[in-house]
Ligand binder design. Structure first.
Ligand SMILES: C[S@@+](CC[C@H](N)C(=O)[O-])C[C@H]1O[C@@H](n2cnc3c(N)ncnc32)[C@H](O)[C@@H]1O
Length: 337
């Protein structure tokens, strides 16, 4: 996630903003829900159009200062809630009828750049990695989680083949002294992955991803957030998700495909529009990615994947099959320390 030389690393550049504005067309007005406010890049861009309203959410209390600026500027058109998007149904009135609900997953550049948050490999601040409203920190996970369990999360949530040796080394290290910061953790991992010079990415990247996902229960959040958003959207409402790694994209892709018109008709005897398994209209199954120009300007965007779907109808059924498919992530992320 390094910004290119031409850009200020502490500034957040909204990823695929042009594509998003094209999809949601705010020039026609309406209410938009920004589930991942961050530095407010999307919200601000939408509010430039006069007949729009934005309801924004972020779990991180540090985003409140960016939100306050917008509340002052647009007191009637902007509101902010510090909450998790899995609680969307409790925050938003069911009759709001939003034109679009947007998720831009993962970390903001502000979170990554703040050494006190512990997200970056070089950070010497407390090993935190909490986005906000968490049960435990990365320090708790790294220093107390059972070794077998640590192996599992590094392997599954980080898609890291060397999960077992990394977890063994962490477990050995913590019996001597607690692992206090991200720099220390990164160097333990780098030491295990001796041939790391061959890697394009930092050798600690996958393990950091795993621990961050676990600390923030990110996959559970995503599954529940998508379900809650679907319930809020009326016919024609748009659900947009920008994801940054394959576990997230797999969830979004599966959800949209399973409940869309483009899935092969599950019942041969029913015409497609009478089939109860449809929540969305998909214009295409193809993923949208940033263009070369954006990647060259903002390196953080290089792994972004945008998918969107249009609500088929106001009627909602609970997507049990989808939730069941990712049950193992729920079990994994719900473990108590
Ligand atoms: C990539 S940033 C969003 C940037 C934003 N689109 C912009 O243009 O400034 C992701 C934000 O989502 C927030 N976030 C991540 N998971 C969340 C969740 N489950 N509930 C609410 N906010 C979440 C993070 O705290 C972070 O601020």
């Amino acid at each position: 996630m390094n910004a290119t030389m031409s850009l200020d690393k502490t500034k957040h550049y909204p990823v695929m903003l042009d594509q998003i504005l094209r999809i949601i067309s705010p020039q026609h007005g309406g209410t938009f829900i920004d589930c991942t406010f961050g530095g407010g890049g999307y919200s601000r861009a939408i509010l430039k159009y006069p007949h729009t309203k934005v309801v924004a959410i972020d779990r991180d209390k540090f985003t409140e200062k960016y939100a306050e600026n917008l509340t002052k500027k647009f007191p009637k058109r902007f509101s902010f809630f510090q909450n998790k998007f899995s609680n969307l149904s409790e925050i938003i009135n069911l009759n709001l009828n939003p034109r679009a609900i947007i998720f831009d997953l993962g970390l903001s550049s502000f979170q990554l750049a703040d050494p006190q948050r512990g997200f970056s490999f070089k950070s010497k601040g407390f090993l935190n990695m909490e986005m906000g409203i968490n049960k435990y920190s990365a320090y708790d996970v790294v220093n107390t989680l059972d070794k077998r369990y640590l192996t599992k999360i590094i392997k599954v949530l980080g898609e890291e083949r060397d999960g077992k040796i990394i977890a063994n080394r962490i477990a050995r290290q913590r019996t001597k002294n607690p692992i206090k910061n991200s720099k220390e953790l990164a160097s333990i991992i780098t030491d295990v992955k001796k041939n790391y010079k061959k890697y394009k990415k930092n050798p600690a990247q996958k393990t950091f991803q795993a621990i961050r996902i676990f600390v923030n229960q990110e996959l559970t959040e995503l599954v529940l957030g998508l379900i809650a958003a679907t319930k809020l959207l009326s016919k024609g409402g748009i659900l947009i998700v920008v994801s940054f790694h394959s576990l997230e994209d797999k969830i979004v892709k599966y959800f949209f495909n399973l409940y869309s018109n483009l899935k092969k008709n599950p019942s041969r005897y029913l015409p497609l529009d009478e089939n109860k398994s449809i929540l969305f209209k998909l214009l295409s199954k193809k993923v949208i990615t940033p263009d070369k120009k954006e990647i060259s300007q903002n390196n953080r965007s290089r792994s972004a994947k945008l998918r969107y779907a249009i609500r088929n109808d106001k009627s909602f059924f609970y997507p049990h099959e989808f939730k069941k498919k990712f049950e193992s992530y729920f079990e994994m992320e719900e473990v108590r320390l």
